[in-house]
Design a protein around this ligand. Structure first.
Ligand code: PLP
Length: 221
């Protein structure tokens, strides 16, 4: 199957209200353009420089999602164009995104990354930390960011029961935190699910899946 066929096959299995992010990290522009010509407009990258280079070379109606861990000092490189940052896990990072977005007179949408995996290596905040951040007085001063949802990554395992438990935990957390309303907080997105588990993620409440290898083939980097 070529990229267009793979993309169509995946789209036929996900409900219309679920957003598909095509994770194109490490893949050449020619392959991203195949997906673009098949109608895909949302692409996810996890490295700043790679995303900047691709954004410069590709059509301007693409929505670029930063899905990787973002260091504060690199926000400035993507602030002019990024449409959603998935992995926000500190107030410090949120403040920097706000500062850089302001320079471009933009509001940047952000998802708070919640730690749902049992592994220690995964980034993210605890529910308590996310709650504290969303309720802090400082948040309302950040007029150039908007918190629009949560993101999570399940443990890297074949244990479907474990993955399902983690996905359900993120949905439960979302339902709790969704009650918090502020001018710049309005949760409407649960970003969870990748190539191996996006159908399970959708079953557990995901509204946004991040699919890479099932579209573009495996990565060897
Ligand atoms: C690479 C990556 C994905 C996509 O993984 P696949 O298994 O190739 O679908 C999704 N989310 C994040 C955060 C990633 O880094």
């Amino acid at each position: 199957m070529n990229i267009q066929q793979k993309l169509e096959k995946i789209k036929s299995t996900i409900p219309a209200q679920v957003t598909l992010v095509a994770v194109s990290k490490t893949k050449p522009i020619s392959q991203l353009m195949d997906a673009y010509h098949a109608g895909q407009r949302i692409f996810g990258e996890n490295k700043i420089q790679e995303m900047v280079e691709k954004q410069e070379q590709m059509p301007k109606d693409i929505h670029w999602h930063m899905i990787g861990h973002l260091q504060s000092n690199k926000v400035k490189y993507i602030a002019a164009f990024v449409s959603l940052i998935h992995g926000v896990d500190s107030l410090k990072l949120l403040k920097e995104i706000n500062k850089q977005a302001k320079k471009h007179n933009r509001v940047i949408n952000c998802l708070l990354q919640i730690k749902i995996a049992s592994e220690t290596s995964k980034f993210g905040m605890s529910v308590t930390e996310a709650l504290a951040l969303m309720q802090s007085e400082l948040i309302s001063e950040l007029e150039h960011i908007k918190i629009t949802g949560l993101m999570g990554m399940a443990t890297f395992t074949d244990d479907t029961i474990q993955i399902e438990k983690e996905f359900k935990y993120l949905t439960t957390t979302y339902n709790k935190l969704k009650e918090i309303k502020a001018p710049n907080i309005n949760l409407e997105t649960i970003s969870m699910g990748m190539s191996g588990d996006y159908l399970l993620a959708i079953k557990c409440g995901s509204t946004m899946v991040r699919v890479g290898s099932s579209i573009f083939g495996s990565r060897n980097l």
